[in-house]
Every structure is written in structure tokens, then in C-alpha cells.
Design a protein around this ligand. Sequence first.
Ligand SMILES: [Zn+2]
Ligand SMILES: [Zn+2]
Length: 411
Amino acid sequence: MPDLMELYRDLHAHPELSFEEHKTAAKLAKRMKALGFEVTEGVGQTGVVSVMRNGDGPVVMLRADMDGLPVVEQTGLPYASKETATPASGVTTGVMHACGHDTHMTGFIGAAQLLVDHKDEWQGTLVMILQPAEELGLGALAMIEDGLYTRFPKPEYVLGFHDAAAPAPAGTIGYTPGYALANVDSVDITVKGIGGHGAYPHTTVDPVVLGSAIVMKLQTVVSRSSSPLDPAVITVGSFHAGAKHNIISDEAKLQITVRSYSDESRQLLLDGIRRVARGEAMSAGLSEEMMPVVTVEEPYTPSTFNDPEFSEERAASFAARFGDERVMQWPAVMGGEDFSQFRRASPEDVKSMIFWISGTTDEMLTALKDEGKPLPSLHSPFWAPDAEKVVATGAEALASAAIDLMPANGG
Ligand SMILES: [Zn+2]
Ligand SMILES: [Zn+2]
């Protein structure tokens, strides 16, 4: 643990943005080589694939993600990040491991060490991957498209973990069989209008009023079109139009996040958005060529599905190892994770599970209980998890799961 925590503080102090994880990848690739893995760098831009063959047996893949976020760290930790970067937006910002991917990487290295130390207890092929750009939802797909399942042994089982700001003591494992995280779609609507003087609205078609009607009507897609038993979210996160008090603009732009679980409900929501945008524009009297332009960003982040039986087996094994009180079933969330891509690339023969590990410190739990102070969330500039508990639990959970899945001499 002392060596791992030194690595953690180093990673925490030097985060890199999505697809910029060059130093992080090089640092960790060096460690994996030293442990005896065959290491390939530059898979899906900055991804790292490490393979260890140890006799006949299944192929098990363990995954950690590497990217930080454009957040100015405010934890006040002695090893807080002072890094800055200039992302695609062109605005220079601080960079922080605000999602805790530094705990994932450190736990991953710990698991690699444990699996090398206990090499006599397992038999098969271990594939350990460090993935770029999870925060963009693009890194997993980039690795798959760069031959993750063709240039390297294709896994039967894939496991990873994510730290969590959960109301449970640090080191508690949360698991969710079935859908665990949502489909994430980003939708843009350009609402066209006919601009003019703010004092003469009758000579215009006001895209602010039309856009507002679309925003309100979109709320009915979830409440009236989608099944009450099927989780769905449509959030308009951005609405931009106009430049001055007394000018009616000729355009409004909406940016929307759409969340769902199944392919069917995703389609229902996207169809609903197109229908509402068009219907409201028609009711505003706009002609065919003035209909709103709706674009759905590609690729999207698909929902994460944890194979139910596989997840229950892993959870039972974790409970036997860590104690029942440290393993809990948690409800699914509408956040997204591109971990989903590893199963989705080959759903008939890849079983996967991502599990949570609480990083909530005792102080945070006490403040929540005694003062009702809310827990800082992931992506918050104040997120300072109990990294030691997350790393220790993550390393042991990943390593023990891999050994369970490929025991020496078939167990
Ligand atoms: Zn994140
Ligand atoms: Zn994350």
C-alpha cells in the first residue's frame, strides 16, 4: 500500500485530459512491463493493453480509465493538482481527477501486482487495459476499433470498478445486476425563426417563443409517451438565442441530454424530440424549409448492462471475502459509462460487470448525518475520496474476481 499510495498521489497531482493521457499511459505501461506483462501502447490513441499468458484457461479482462476533467481542484489536499490544459473549447482550465480515475488506475496496478504474486493460483490469459477518454464516452470504442478484440486475446469476462460518492463507508462495494448506467445521447436543435424588431412581433416568427414551447412540450415526451416504469430523462441544458433586448432573433439553439436504458426507449425519446420540434414549428406557421434541425451526436454512449447472474456470482464472492456488510446491491443510475462498449461489441460471448466502491470519508458521512451536509458528487472540485480504502478494495476485488474466473487447474 505505501508504494501504491505514492503512485496515487503522483497520478492525482498530474491529471491529463481525455485522449491527452500520454504521461499517465507511459508511467503505467512502464510498471506493467516491470511486472512481466507484454505491453502494447497507443491502442485507441493513448490506450495501453497488457497481456499475461499463464497456461490454458479463460481470458479475463480488467479495465481502468485514465482521464481527468477540466475542473479547477479545490480540495486543498497537499497533492492537489496544479495542472492546466487547453481543451478543444480553447479556454485554458485547471485539470483534476474529479471523477476518481486515479483511484481506478492505482487499484488496477495493485491488482496486477497481486495477480503476479499469486500466479500459481490462476490459469488462463489476463488482459489488463488502461482506457483513454472515458469522460468523452469515446475511449472504449477507440480501443475496440483499434483491434482490442482482434489484435489481442478476446475476453470472456470483463471487470472494472468506479469510485462512488455514496452514503456508505469507504470501501463498501455496490453492485447493480442488469442495467446499471444509462444510454447517453446529446441532441442539438437549431430552431429557425424570422427575426425583426422587438416592438413589432407580428411581423416575425419568434424563435425564443417557439424554442420555449419546444422545451415545455419536450417534458411531455417522458411524462406522456414513455412508460412510467421505464426510466427516461430529457434535460435541456442549454438554450441560446438573441443578442439584444429589442431584437427578435432568427435562430435559437437548444442542447439536450437524453437518458434511457433500452434501445427501444432510446428510440422512442429521440423520435419524440424530432416530432415535438417539428410539430411546434408547424404550429408557429413555419414552412417546410424552416423546420427545426435536430441532430443526434454520434457515437453515443450506450447503457451499461451488468450480466445479472455473473454479477450476483461476483457479489457473492466479494461478500465471502470482504463480509456481507461491505457488499450491497445499489439502484441503477442515469449517468453513463463507456465501459458498456466492451460487452456491446460482442454481447453473445462477453460477460461484463462494473461495480462501485464507495470513497466517502468518515468525515463526510458524519457531516451528512449530523448537519445534513450533502456529499460532494463525482466531478465536484471538492471530491477527495478516501483513496486508500478505494484502492485497497479495488485491487483486491479485481484480483480475487480474476482468480475466481480462472482458477489454477480449473479449481
Ligand atoms: Zn466522470
Ligand atoms: Zn468516471
